[in-house]
Design a protein. Structure first.
Length: 235
């Protein structure tokens, strides 16, 4: 991996400075939600700027559209705070019936996925458990790794998907380079405040956070997310 450019290092610092005091303090959920939303807002602005530049030189825009979910079969590794944001969103925004559907999907996903390793993951053809009727149920707060997926060639996405190689789905590298440093800054804030591991499996971390009373214990310093640790940073 190349060392970060100066502006990328600045973005890492900015995300770290936003989140670290919150995690090192009382870990108030409202503050975490506000900070994650603020950083996601910056990610959206960076995406728009990048897309505007690309659309000036390319003939068309991305092929991505609601209901196209090939990239939602990829293992999602994210930061503890983005998983907490998703859990809060599910608890606040969803009707109890929806929440129980998603919770059941998360449970059965984790049960199956915990039995497989390596490339066998893709052979399960299990979608992310946050996917409901081919739409992301947490789209407004989906984590930065998901936001980096953007394709100009939906056929290539489909071909990789049916070949059991969703990890090869074309990603826009420039998007990862633009907004990935935000996730890196959040990850550093989590580690340096002892709030959890650098990267976690999204479904496992959301499941841990949804367990009744678990977030309160985490706010008091309990190591809630240790078992959700993901070995790799998002690609
Ligand atoms: S969180 Fe949403 S966008 Fe990300 S993989 Fe899951 S369903 Fe897809």
């Amino acid at each position: 991996m190349n060392p970060p450019l100066a502006w990328q290092a600045g973005v890492v610092e900015m995300a770290f400075a936003e989140m670290y005091p919150i995690l090192n303090g009382r870990r108030r959920l409202r503050d975490i939600e506000r900070a994650v939303d603020e950083l996601h807002g910056r990610a959206a602005m960076m995406q728009t700027g990048l897309l505007n530049r690309l659309n000036q030189s390319w003939q068309s825009g991305p092929d991505c559209a609601p209901g196209c979910d090939h990239c939602c079969y990829v293992r999602v590794h994210t930061t503890v705070v983005e998983a907490v944001r998703i859990a809060c969103y599910l608890l606040e925004a969803k009707l109890p019936a929806d929440l129980s559907v998603i919770s059941e999907q998360i449970d059965s996903f984790c049960e199956i996925i915990d039995q497989v390793s390596g490339a066998a993951y893709f052979e399960t053809r299990l979608p992310c458990p946050m996917l409901v009727e081919r739409l992301c149920s947490v789209h407004p707060v989906r984590p930065i790794p998901c936001q980096t997926y953007m394709s100009w060639n939906v056929k290539a996405c489909y071909d990789h998907f049916i070949s059991n190689m969703p990890s090869q789905i074309p990603k826009l590298d420039a998007m990862g380079q633009a907004i990935g440093p935000l996730a890196a800054g959040l990850s550093r804030a989590v580690v340096e405040s002892n709030a959890g591991p650098a990267w976690v499996s999204l479904p496992h971390a959301v499941r841990a956070a949804l367990f009744p009373g678990a977030l309160k214990e985490w706010q008091s310093g309990h190591d809630l997310f240790r078992s959700c640790e993901a070995p790799l940073s998002p690609g």
